[in-house]
Design a protein around this ligand. Structure first.
Ligand code: ADP
Ligand code: ZN
Length: 766
């Protein structure tokens, strides 16, 4: 969510003063550095020796002294020198141009102010470790070029005398720039020895040149072409084009398009338009949907511009990350696709930013700086300026509200392409059909799966929970096996015969009798993915079944291989967690079963209903992407909850209306902004005491209209041996709240064993 205007930041402060003025004033710089022997980064001040003045500007990389050594850091600020401070001088300026563009530096400053984190932390986002440290270097490969021009006579002579050498020359004749040796060897069939001889005879020259590491270098992509758009898609594309034409005055565009309405096709063609104007494009997708399939779709469409598509995700090696970054920074990449952190991609001359699945919670970083990539994308688009498109089948209520109040331009894409029908949602009331216990699937769902198998169609069973059963509970005394480090019950994993904690990873052997009263009647309650898999295997002994969850996908490439096999039709039933809910497109899937829709409804979070609606809609969207109509079965104990009923009608707008009414009457986002402060310590007393102090201090001088709640134990009261308490603030302005919190917290020293996390616009409240 964005502040209405940028009231409090004086951007001129970050600009280097006019050159002539530097005679009159003396300046100092603030430099973000990584101090090797300390965990984390720091910002330190230095003075600028005369000879460097003209080369120092925000974003420049400089070498500075720290104690007896020197390190490389990034200038984050230039300001007038304060009287009476004796500062050490910077040692050197590295490179002629700053690595950080002023606009991204501005974004980093905005992040520290708004999300209440030190500037070093936000700089670490803007300039990734692999680039900042300078430790990862370019990959250098030996290249060949002709040392001189040969006369025709010489060439003729060589062809007779040494035909292999002549072929090497042939290979290089038409080239304007040096060619990697491996390529020359390949093309000419010459050996290394021949090359060596030719170098010795001064026919060839060797150059050591940097090359980009390309994570997709070994893959080739079959080019695809633009699909003729239907009228709805055409309207959406026109809206984006208009925004690209006058980005400074255009509103952010929110595309509400049902799954399969052809949003991605619109994105692809919008990018093509941006490139046509000589501009660049940035596409953000949730990490979980940054699948090979997604990457392939973009790489294949822009196959004519191979090498200009950069992909940023968490599985890149440090070297690949460095190279992708430099490829973007140097202007070689014109399209960037990436997850959350790609919002900082150093693209210049942006034409459009696209945020797909904008409602996804994974856009929010859960550690400092706790930024929201979608919100930063909107801010970045405003600063560039460029067009911005947010797309989703289930927009976040924040974005929806912005569209309703005229801050965003809404584009509706209510139909699937080619008149494919939306899948039919059938609600199975578990109270009536009596699933649970041993029969996990209601008879109607079992029958439906059976008919798919006989027709050679595929089914997906979705359960938002790993493990075999949720918890181990004693029949006699009711005791539940708890994690010793966290306030959650342990999950039974049958393969390992163990109980595991999904918060801290603690694992122990499953007991044979109740640890509390020694009764042997301890039993498993709840249903996990493993248990579903078991039941399905029993019900359909001949079917080919695979399970996809964090436990079964630990092996490298397991995800890719299982999805590949499923796509090839080698699997009849795929059972899985969130992993399979998003963005996958399988034409042969005609049935999706949601084993228990209630799991997300009973969590203590005001967004529980919204999340459930989103999940049902997204999961249902996996069915019927091909020519055959899809069917979705939703098993639930609460068939009349609004999330389930509206999802069944495919009625996002109806759901939003009712949900917003609830948010408004209780003063929740998007009507109020929120800051959540979590205080944790291994000492419960100290955590509680600090939480109390913080809430008491925050209550003084609150911004207008803001309220600060009492400190209370967090819903997840203990995690990883830390006791957790929370203080929540709500108010009309996020900026005002975060400024208030920063002011109070900066002046409030905390004991060493108490940790405080400030989360502005939190998305998870546990
Ligand atoms: P979304 O991103 O909204 O889920 P996609 O862009 O992935 O939708 O489109 C769904 C499917 O329909 C894809 O296979 C896509 O190639 C196809 N498609 C998209 N637009 C058209 C069109 N105008 N005509 C025919 N097929 C289309
Ligand atoms: Zn635990």
């Amino acid at each position: 969510m964005l502040p209405a205007k940028e009231e409090s930041i004086d951007w001129d402060r970050f600009r280097f003063p006019h050159r002539q003025e530097t005679d009159k004033f003396r300046f100092m710089i603030r430099v973000a550095v990584v101090v090797p022997e300390r965990a984390g980064d720091r910002a330190l001040d230095y003075q600028i020796p005369e000879e460097f003045v003209s080369r120092v500007s925000p974003g420049a990389r400089v070498r500075v002294p720290i104690r007896s050594r020197s390190v490389v850091g990034t200038v984050v600020d230039v300001r007038e020198e304060e009287e009476g401070r004796s500062l050490r001088a910077l040692l050197d300026v590295i490179g002629e141009t700053p690595l950080i563009r002023p606009k991204l530096l501005k974004l980093a400053h905005w992040i520290s102010e708004y999300y209440c984190c030190p500037i070093e932390a936000s700089m670490a986002c803007v300039l990734p470790q692999a680039v900042r440290s300078g430790d990862v270097s370019a990959k250098v490969v030996r290249h060949l070029s002709l040392a001189r021009k040969l006369t025709d006579a010489e060439l003729e002579d060589l062809t007779k005398r040494a035909p292999r050498q002549a072929e090497v020359i042939d290979c290089l004749l038409e080239q304007s720039s040096p060619i990697p040796i491996a390529e020359v060897l390949n093309q000419s069939g010459a050996s290394e020895a021949i090359i060596r001889t030719m170098v010795k005879n001064k026919l060839l020259e060797i150059h050591s040149l940097p090359v980009w590491r390309d994570p997709y270098g070994s893959e080739s992509f079959l080019p695809t072409t633009d699909i003729p758009l239907n009228p709805t898609q055409q309207d959406a594309l026109v809206a984006v084009e208009e925004a690209m034409t006058s980005p400074a005055s255009a509103l952010p565009i929110l595309i509400h398009g049902v799954t399969g309405s052809g949003k991605t096709e619109v994105y692809l063609q919008a990018i093509r338009k941006a490139l046509g104007k000589g501009k660049t494009a940035l596409v953000l997708v949730p990490e979980i949907s940054l699948t090979p399939q997604t990457v392939e779709r973009f790489k294949a469409r822009f196959a004519d511009r191979q090498g200009e598509v950069a992909v940023l995700h968490s599985h890149l090696s440090q070297g690949e990350r460095r190279d992708e970054w430099h490829k973007i920074h140097s202007g070689q990449a014109s399209i960037v696709i990436g997850a959350r952190s790609a919002v900082f991609a150093p693209l210049d001359n942006l034409g459009v930013i696209i945020v797909d699945e904008e409602h996804e919670t994974s856009y929010k970083q859960e550690e400092a700086p706790r930024y929201h990539a979608r919100d930063l994308a909107v801010l970045r688009a405003k600063n560039e300026p460029c067009a911005i498109v947010l797309g989703s089948a289930t927009p976040s209520l924040e974005s929806w509200h912005n569209a309703e109040t005229g801050k965003y331009r809404l584009v509706r894409m209510p139909l699937r392409v080619d008149d494919r029908k939306m899948p039919v949602l059938r609600i199975l009331d578990l109270r009536r059909v009596g699933a649970g216990g041993d029969s996990i699937l209601a008879p109607a769902l079992t029958l439906a799966i059976e008919s798919r198998i006989s027709k050679g169609e595929q089914s997906i069973l979705f359960l938002n929970r790993r493990g075999f059963s949720t918890s181990l509970q004693c029949n006699a005394c009711g005791a539940v096996c708890q994690c010793p480090n966290c306030s959650v019950s342990l999950t039974y994993h049958r393969d390992a015969g163990s109980l595991a904690c999904h918060i801290c990873g603690h694992s122990q052997k499953a007991p044979k009798k109740c640890p509390s009263c020694a009764d042997p009647g301890i039993r498993f309650s709840g249903t996990g993915t493993q248990k579903v898999e078991d039941a399905v295997k029993r019900l359909f002994p001949k079917a080919r079944i695979a399970r996809m969850d964090a436990d079964s996908m630990t092996k490298k490439n397991a995800y890719r291989e299982t999805l590949g096999a499923f796509r090839q039709g080698e699997i009849d039933i795929l059972i899985g967690t969130q992993m399979i809910a998003k963005g996958l497109d399988f034409p042969n899937v005609t049935l999706v079963g949601i084993v228990n829709a209630d799991l997300g409804l009973h969590v203590p979070d005001f967004r529980a209903g919204e999340r459930t609606f989103q999940l049902l809609t997204q999961v249902a969207g996996r069915a019927g992407r091909g020519d055959v109509e899809g069917e979705v079965f939703v098993q639930t104990y609460t068939p009349f909850s609004p999330s389930i009923q509206f999802a069944r009608q495919h009625d996002f707008e109806g759901f939003a209306e009712q949900e917003l009414e609830f948010r408004s009457s209780f003063g929740f986002p998007p009507y109020r902004r929120m800051v959540m402060i979590t205080i944790r310590s291994q000492s419960v007393e100290r955590a509680e005491f600090c939480a109390l102090t913080i809430s008491r201090k925050l209550k003084v001088d609150l911004p207008e209209g803001a309220v600060c709640g009492e400190s209370a134990p967090a819903p997840l009261a203990k995690a990883k041996t830390y006791h957790r308490f929370q203080v929540a603030l709500r108010g009309p302005s996020g900026r005002a709240l975060s400024r208030h919190v920063r002011k109070i917290m900066d002046a409030l020293p905390m004991p060493e064993d108490v940790f405080v996390a400030v989360d502005v616009d939190p998305v998870g409240l546990l």
